[in-house]
Write a protein that binds this ligand. Structure first.
Ligand code: SF4
Length: 176
């Protein structure tokens, strides 16, 4: 607690594998958020991570490099929490499912105008109304990637391209 993300990544962790560019730190486990390079010098504690849209959570920290698609990463974490939903309350059971469907469309090049607003609306209502911590924190990966990497979401939706080259997009000129 109190040391910076940069110290953890570079001094303790030895930097990013293959000397690639640091892109984000995903902290707190599947319900955490993604912190971009601009905040590498932030001291790690509960309040600072919360202010950045993440959590300490399980204490896990995953570092991703420039070759990671943040939309695909958000989909991966939401898929995990959606799978873990016990189904007792509808915001988590149905809401996370609807969010996952939207992310699956976006990563296939089938995203539509309005999808990002809908994701934010769903995320905020699930956070406010889910019964337990799993549902209340499940939207964190979406909200934090949208906050810091919105341009990547827009590239998938508007330009039908995945800047990191991870998502399989329809070939240009073909109707999806
Ligand atoms: S928020 Fe909690 S209680 Fe509600 S469905 Fe999700 S895991 Fe179950």
């Amino acid at each position: 607690m109190g040391i910076t993300l940069r110290e953890i990544v570079y001094d303790i962790g030895g930097g990013v594998e293959g000397d690639k560019e640091f892109k984000a730190a995903q902290t707190g486990g599947p319900s955490g958020g993604c912190i971009p390079a601009a905040y590498l010098d932030t001291p790690i504690d509960y309040e600072n991570l919360a202010a950045l849209g993440s959590i300490v959570g399980s204490g896990g920290m995953i570092i991703v490099d420039e070759g990671t698609c943040m939309v695909d990463l958000a989909k991966f974490y939401l898929g995990f929490t959606q799978d873990e939903s016990c189904g007792k309350c509808s915001p988590c059971r149905i809401g996370t499912k609807r969010m996952l469907e939207i992310l699956e469309r976006i990563t296939k090049g089938l995203g539509k105008e309005g999808d990002l607003d809908l994701l934010v609306e769903l995320a905020n209502s699930i956070k406010a109304s889910a019964l337990c911590g799993l549902g209340q924190t499940a939207p964190n990966p979406i909200l934090s990637t949208l906050r810091y990497f919105r341009d990547e979401f827009e590239a998938h939706i508007k330009d039908k391209t995945c800047p990191a080259g991870i998502c399989k997009m329809p070939r240009k000129g073909l109707k999806s």
